[in-house]
Design a protein around this ligand. Structure first.
Ligand SMILES: *[C@@H]1O[C@H](CO)[C@@H](O)[C@H](O)[C@H]1NC(C)=O
Ligand SMILES: *[C@@H]1O[C@H](CO)[C@@H](O)[C@H](O)[C@H]1NC(C)=O
Ligand SMILES: *[C@@H]1O[C@H](CO)[C@@H](O)[C@H](O)[C@H]1NC(C)=O
Ligand SMILES: *[C@@H]1O[C@H](CO)[C@@H](O)[C@H](O)[C@H]1NC(C)=O
Ligand SMILES: *[C@@H]1O[C@H](CO)[C@@H](O)[C@H](O)[C@H]1NC(C)=O
Ligand SMILES: *[C@@H]1O[C@H](CO)[C@@H](O)[C@H](O)[C@H]1NC(C)=O
Length: 387
């Protein structure tokens, strides 16, 4: 819908600026026809083109074709499709072996997030959509349930869950038979409770349960899209083919947006005391980020003239309240979006992703969300180190 409106506005602007000879009535009709055509296309279940160009925009077309030809030979991206289904070329994108492994690593996190957010908001998960929106194989998640969140957070969770389901559909389609199946996922109260105890270094009383209130659910959610986001950023940087880069960039964009929505709400509520605990939302985020920093096991040596050499974790993760020196340009105290000193995104390596998902700080020791380990070759490489 947003795209239709945008396209429509762009068309109106374009025609007002460049085609003054066309009368308003004609313009209007043309715009309406375009809009209807696009709406139909969407209704028919066709993908909306990534770039929408008007029919006579041949320059862009040529440029695009040239770009396709300069792709590495192993990567045949599907050509930009045309308006009618039957004219769409069916080119299966091809990925290098490493790209396949990395996209499969991403699938693990999409499965995790789809199940957590769908169950938390709808009370059911991917299995309900099996055979229609998505084809799913592999075990059902452990301990998934609906959360008592209130409608706003329920809506956010529905969006995130459905977005992850879309990502699973896209990745599964592109990877074909090389796609992993759903790994064993544990999102039970017990798993979350353990994670929060670990973060606070003590047994929280009562045990943390993400499914009790909106704040609890959001704080748990704080642990998911940001981790995938940083992972995707790093995977995107190292993807070998342009198909994989394209896909990862577009997935990372959504994860970043999801994380930003979560953090915006948490920031607004930073001074609220979380129900059942004498701890504020802001403090929770700092503690959770500190745990992730620990699980990343990424220390740097800092040299200080007085203290000599000592190690500090490399900052990948920050809560919504940080010291002024950690905020954009060191001018704020709030930190809705976590970035580096020049406000760039920070990446997590595949190994670090696994370290955090497993809650063990060690990619060879599965646990937490993936009690049997994540699926795919990258995860298997680390797991086999133990077996
Ligand atoms: C599910 O699998 C079937 C058979 O391979 C395929 O025809 C269908 O398009 C798939 N559906 C989705 C949503 O991927
Ligand atoms: C999804 O449905 C297919 C048949 O359409 C079935 O083979 C498969 O086992 C189902 N997946 C799960 C997880 O139940
Ligand atoms: C809650 O925490 C604040 C500040 O940490 C402290 O001053 C207060 O006594 C605590 N209240 C309870 C009921 O524990
Ligand atoms: C990283 O540094 C922290 C703080 O100095 C320290 O507690 C931790 O043991 C170090 N971790 C590793 C893996 O070196
Ligand atoms: C600190 O580390 C640097 C290299 O990282 C080394 O050259 C220097 O000697 C070290 N200083 C001390 C006091 O250990
Ligand atoms: C991870 O755990 C395994 C098995 O305990 C151990 O051999 C390995 O050294 C650990 N890796 C790291 C990075 O600590």
């Amino acid at each position: 819908m947003a795209r239709i409106i945008l396209t429509l506005s762009a068309l109106i602007l374009f025609s007002t600026l460049l085609l003054p000879s066309i009368t308003i009535a004609e313009e209007q009709k043309e715009n309406t026809d375009e809009a209807v055509a696009i709406a139909k296309e969407v209704e028919e279940g066709l993908e909306t083109p990534f770039h929408y160009d008007s029919e006579d925009d041949t320059d862009t077309e040529t440029e695009f074709e040239e770009k396709l030809e300069s792709n590495p030979p192993h990567c045949k991206c599907p050509k930009r499709h045309h308006k009618h289904k039957k004219h769409r070329p069916h080119v299966r994108p091809e990925f290098s072996n490493r790209d396949v492994d990395e996209l499969n690593l991403i699938l693990n996190s999409e499965y995790l997030e789809a199940e957590f957010f769908l169950h938390g908001s709808y009370g059911f998960g991917l299995d309900k959509f099996n055979g229609t929106s998505v084809n799913v194989t592999g075990p059902k998640p452990i301990g998934a349930q609906k959360a008592h969140t209130g409608r706003f957070i329920e809506h956010l969770a529905k969006e995130f869950g459905l977005q992850s389901m879309g990502h699973i559909r896209e990745l599964s389609k592109k990877l074909g038979e090389k796609a992993i199946s759903r790994p064993e996922i544990d999102i039970s109260r017990k798993a979350w409770g353990g994670l929060f105890n670990e973060a606070f270094g003590t047994k929280l009383k009562p045990a943390f349960d993400p499914y009790t209130t909106g704040n609890h659910f959001l704080l748990a959610a704080y642990m998911l899209p940001y981790v995938s986001y940083t992972g995707y950023v790093a995977l995107g940087m190292h993807a070998e083919g342009s198909c994989a880069r394209d896909l990862v960039a577009r997935l990372a964009g959504v994860k970043g947006a999801e994380d930003a929505s979560i953090r915006t709400v948490l920031y607004q509520r930073r001074r609220q005391v979380v129900e059942r605990y004498n701890i504020t939302v802001g403090e929770f985020t700092s503690v959770l980020s500190a745990l992730r920093e620990k699980l990343d096991r990424d220390n740097q040596t800092v040299t200080d003239p007085k203290k000599g050499n000592f190690t500090l974790p490399v900052t990948i993760d920050e809560g919504v309240l940080v010291p002024g020196t950690d905020t954009p340009e060191e001018l704020l105290t709030g930190n809705i979006i976590s970035v580096n000193e020049n406000s760039l995104s920070v990446g997590r390596s595949p190994e670090q992703l696994l370290q955090v998902w497993y809650g063990t700080g060690n990619a060879s020791i599965p646990g937490l969300f993936f009690p049997k380990g994540a699926n795919g070759k990258i995860a298997a490489k680390y797991l086999s180190a133990l077996r």
